[in-house]
Design a protein around this ligand. Structure first.
Ligand SMILES: [Zn+2]
Length: 422
């Protein structure tokens, strides 16, 4: 009874999500195409029509591709759950391994393998079809597959021990397992924040200390003005994979570092780089990073508590096409982890705009911080270059943007910056 009700609820949310996403995407495409023929007046002097039209075409192509992957992912989700894919997979693996930890790890690995194989042609097309067509791809197929193998090995080396700890806690630590799991998960997240910039990212890219002495002096001047200590300013060879440019900030404590993509450095003037950096430092100084991490920890605690409840509800399994009683022996915790991971996004999708709102608020604050410590006009010209180089549309559908975008639309950001400069 509960089981059928849950299946119906699940299907309803899938349909609702599909409708909302298709509706937003079609609005976005129509809006971008309607503004394709002219550069918005405020950018007319800075961005050529050809670049504006390239951004429109790129946006439309990416949005359509997003819809295609959405459809495929939905079919895969229903296939794994209601159509019995996971049930079948678990029975087959059980025949090979028998009950126990090996069965559970094998189930998770098999699921990861099947989803990886389904995603592969889409990832490949995205890089060598879509990105290639717009001149952004700098990868060779050799590098693409080398990245994939490295990612797989890394995923197994990090993921399997983590999952093993989680499954052991689920089985052996009693009713409050989800609380211990949360502590482990939070510790793991913090550890990754240290390991990612220092160990993992260097497996994929080369990081060299920023060498340009006058730029370095300028940046160090800014850092001491705002009271920021960092071990390093690094340049990353992003051009190895893509022409897209970016700058980011990673690590925490004594480990924090600032990373510039070489693609970005080559395009911006020193004062523009300083302004972009001031924006990034703003995120740090205004405690956005700590706030985001605390929020993430609070949300994962709530979700793990929910999982602690769902784990013991038969309807959660049967409502999603899995019979946990079919397999003899105790414990099918890997299955509840999989089910939870698969269906959670279906139920949380409509809350996405809440994260976007808080993220955009932080972007405005970081822009204001940059305007305070550097010339706001430099950030404006850097933004315009970044929009042009990344073929990001200047005319997104407002509703689509409000729903998904972590950054405010360029025109709104620039209006705020001009106001700050005046
Ligand atoms: Zn930002």
């Amino acid at each position: 009874m509960y089981s059928l009700a849950f299946s119906i609820l699940f299907v309803s949310f899938i349909i609702l999500t599909l409708i909302v996403r298709f509706w937003l995407a079609s609005r976005h495409i129509r809006h971008v195409l309607a503004h394709r023929s002219a550069v918005p007046a405020e950018f007319a002097e800075k961005i050529p029509l050809a670049a504006h039209q390239k951004a429109a075409d790129y946006t439309v192509a990416r949005t359509k591709f997003g819809l295609l992957t959405l459809l495929v992912n939905t079919v895969v989700l229903v296939g794994f759950t209601l159509l019995g894919g996971l049930q079948w997979l678990s029975v087959e693996i059980f025949k090979l391994t028998g009950p126990g930890m090996l069965y559970q790890l094998a189930l998770l690995a098999a699921f990861a393998a099947v989803s990886g194989i389904i995603d592969l042609p889409f990832d490949y097309y995205k890089q060598f079809g879509l990105e290639q067509r717009f001149g952004f791809n700098k990868m060779t197929p050799g590098l693409f597959f080398a990245d994939m193998v490295k990612g797989l090995l890394l995923g197994a080396a990090i993921g399997l021990p983590l999952v093993w700890v989680m499954l052991t806690l689920m089985e052996k630590s009693g009713n409050l397992w989800w609380l211990y799991a949360w502590l482990v998960w939070s510790g793991f997240q913090l550890l990754m924040m240290v390991l990612f910039p220092t160990v993992i990212a260097p497996l994929f890219n080369k990081f060299t200390p920023l060498e340009d002495q006058s730029l370095k002096a300028r940046i160090e001047g800014l850092m001491s003005r705002v009271g920021f200590a960092s071990k390093g300013l690094f340049v990353m060879d992003g051009s190895k994979r893509s022409a897209h440019g970016n700058a980011y900030f990673s690590g925490f404590g004594a480990n924090k570092r600032i990373v510039f993509f070489d693609t970005l450095l080559s395009r911006l003037q020193p004062q523009e780089i300083e302004a972009v950096l001031a924006h990034e430092l703003g995120h740090f100084k205004l405690k956005h990073i700590i706030k985001r991490i605390s929020m993430m920890f609070a949300i994962s605690l709530a979700f793990l508590a929910l999982l602690g409840y769902l784990k013991n509800q038969l309807w959660f399994y049967t409502g999603l096409g899995v019979d946990p009683l079919l397999l003899p022996g105790q414990g099918n915790d890997a299955m509840v982890l999989l089910l939870f991971m698969l269906v959670l996004p279906v139920f949380t999708f409509l809350f996405g705009p809440l994260t976007s709102i808080s993220s955009r608020k932080h972007e405005f604050e970081a822009d204001a911080f940059a305007a305070q410590h550097t010339d706001a006009r430099d950030l404006v010209s850097a933004l315009v270059k970044m929009y042009e180089d990344n073929a990001s549309t200047l005319t997104p559908d407002p509703l689509h943007s409000a729903f998904y975008d972590s950054h405010p639309p360029a025109s709104v950001r620039i209006r705020h910056l001009h106001a700050a400069a005046a």
